[in-house]
Write a protein that binds this ligand. Sequence first.
Ligand code: TK8
Length: 336
Amino acid sequence: MNRLFKSIVIGLAVAGSLASAQAADFKPRIVRFGYGLAEDSNQGRAVRYFAEEMGKLSGGKWKVKGFGGASLGSDPQMQNALIGGAQEIMVGSTATLVGIVSDFGVYDLPFVFANEKEADTVLDGPFGQKLMDKLQAKGMVGLVYWENGFRNLTNSKRPINKMEDMAGIKLRVMQNPVYIDMFKGFGANAVPLAFSELFTALETGTVDGQENPVTTIESSKFYEVQKHLALTRHVYSPWIVTVSKKWYDGLSADEKKALQQAAAASRDFERKDSRAASAKAIEVLKQKGMQITTPSDTELGRMRATTTVAVDKFAAQPGHAEVVKELQAELAKLRK
Ligand code: TK8
């Protein structure tokens, strides 16, 4: 009797959840999710996680297909495809969004976040949301921030222990004025270039170096073409998951809700996964033959002192002083 009762209850529960999945308003959709890193990277793993979540939440109606290795284009090309409605979803650095909403450059100001916890709190809080909301007027909708991570420097010329060691190094930076100004300030020869062209540029010697989190240095196999790694952690770099507003506006309320839910789940997955990968990456890079240096706090402080030029230049543009002030206020609250 007891067993029969239990199986009835389980039966009803299963029927109930199936019915609610069917009652929800989901259209069959093919959704293209583009990203710049290799399929075998923290970015690729999180895109696959998101695709699975969306499959479940839509009762199998949504087929989210990941396109890695910039196969749908560089970050700026994908942003334009989203705006035009030719692509549904992408993830990329907030730094590459400055051509659309220049305020995003605020995250690139050197040595702003002290640790991941600060970054999570600010990005997931009202400051991060307000900045994200500015994308809507430009034809994109921001869903969540993922972690790219603290950026470090690699090059093929020499070990970097102090700022002067960067002198004259042709260093690829993202297409973002804060990065260009920051590395010019360090004495490097900053060359803006899309990530999709970076490996070849390093391989052919078009540039001598680049800067990215250790997870990316590993997954992009930069150790094959770079000898030296300096752990500078000069910027905490967020990724942002964005969708086409044109496409988003045609979704049902149920679809929008599920999209946000899957995005939040993917964020939690991605940060955990990236941090685990990051903890192992330095050892892997050593084994691959990279020579690793850690500039002292004094030397990092000297580098930081030169970045006031980049910061002031950013803050001098319309609306930016306000954004910088707001971010500093958020950080001050956390550090009390
Ligand atoms: C991936 C990029 C990458 C970024 C860069 O498309 O360009 O260096 O760090 O993560 O967004």
